[in-house]
Design a protein around this ligand. Structure first.
Ligand code: IPM
Ligand code: MG
Length: 355
């Protein structure tokens, strides 16, 4: 029996609620998969700040480094908004991404057939969409130096080195080679120097992948194209700030931001998390959609642990509950047979995944 060490970071807001469901599903799938998960919880975010004074205690970094994978919920909340930047929950997450060298953030966007009418976009526009946003995660505007906040002036700088661009571009081409053989690199090269270097570098990397076609798009155009004709995209390769924006936009193609998982990789240990945030407005009501987190656990099985069969079971279980009309509130407008709470839908997915 294989034993995997999973570092679990529940975080703030709905984080604990959705992670509990993902663990329920992982345990259910382990029954018939000849593997066992050993979870150790670590603190990060606002809750970590309250208890330790630091949104990312050293113990969390060490614990994650000594695990096979990290499963993470969400962080943040209004009550910590006025803290200095380095004490804010978000800075904990950014520091962890850096500490684990998670420079590549895979954000797949797919449309569940059962939810074709749940999107605000027309069925014919989204039917068959299957794209991947490859977001650079440890550089760019989020991490640029210098940075400064004064009274009347504040600034951040968008910095990318050639090496940083090469490694994320390689990830995108490798991914595209296994998918639809297309990379669309998104930048703002008509205005920004950093984007000009990005574009030139991506062109160079592309030479090593003759089977993958490369196109370039300005980020403003991409924002428009994503809702006009999302089917044109296979892999969208982009930087940190453009990627965070475009992936939230792209989530509405699938009907709810509560559906989209992500994997952050690059270093020795990968981190798996839903793309959505901590949703303080619905915390504790039992209505959060755990599917994005459960699908992130499936990505963890597939990419970090090599347990593809177990991952398939989870993915099929999600498909099946949606097909049978079980819905959390965020996706309840269309085709719902039964509106479920967070724990109810988690239990049904767990039951199906255990079979
Ligand atoms: C995301 C989140 C984070 C980001 C926040 C919580 C710092 O929005 O991963 O999409 O901006 O990267
Ligand atoms: Mg986000």
């Amino acid at each position: 029996m294989k034993k995997y060490k999973i570092a679990v970071i529940k975080g703030d807001g709905i984080g604990p609620e959705i992670i509990d469901e993902a663990i329920k599903v992982l345990d259910a799938v382990s029954i018939n998969s000849d593997c066992e998960f050993v979870y150790t919880e670590y603190l990060m975010g606002g809750n970590a700040y309250e208890i330790t004074g630091d949104p990312l205690p050293q113990e969390t970094i060490e614990g994650c480094k000594n695990s096979d994978a990290v499963l993470f919920g969400a962080i943040g909340g209004d009550q910590w908004d006025s803290l200095p930047r380095d004490k804010r929950p978000e800075s904990g997450l950014l520091r962890l991404r850096s500490a684990l060298d998670l420079y590549a953030n895979f954000r797949p966007v797919k449309v569940y057939d059962q939810l074709l009418d749940a999107s605000t976009l027309k069925r014919e526009v989204i039917e068959g969409v299957d794209l991947l946003v490859m977001r650079e995660l440890t550089g760019g505007l989020y991490f640029g130096q210098p940075r400064e906040k004064g009274e009347d002036k504040a600034f951040n700088t968008m910095v990318y080195t050639k090496d940083e661009i090469i490694r994320i571009a390689k990830m995108a081409f490798e991914a595209a080679a296994k998918r639809g053989q297309k990379v669309c690199s998104v930048d703002k090269a008509n205005v920004l120097e950093v984007s000009q270097l990005w574009r030139e570098t991506v062109e160079e990397v592309a030479k090593d992948y003759p089977e993958v076609s490369l196109s370039h798009m300005y980020v403003d155009n991409c924002a428009m194209q994503l809702v006009r004709d999302p089917k044109q995209f296979d892999v969208i390769l982009t930087g940190n700030i453009f990627g965070v924006i475009l992936s939230d936009e792209a989530s509405m193609i699938s009907g709810s931001i509560g559906l989209l998982p992500s994997a952050s990789v690059g270093g020795l240990v990968g981190l798996y998390e839903p793309i959505h945030g901590s949703a303080p407005d619905i915390t504790g009501q039992g209505i959060a959609n755990p599917i994005a987190t459960i699908a992130s656990a499936s990505m963890m099985l597939r990419f970090a642990l090599g347990e593809a069969a177990a991952a398939d079971k989870i993915d099929s279980a999600i498909d099946r509950v949606l097909k049978e009309g079980y819905r959390t509130k965020d996706i309840s407008l269309y085709g719902a047979k039964e509106i479920c709470s967070t724990t109810e839908i988690g239990s049904i997915i767990a039951d199906y995944a255990s079979k």
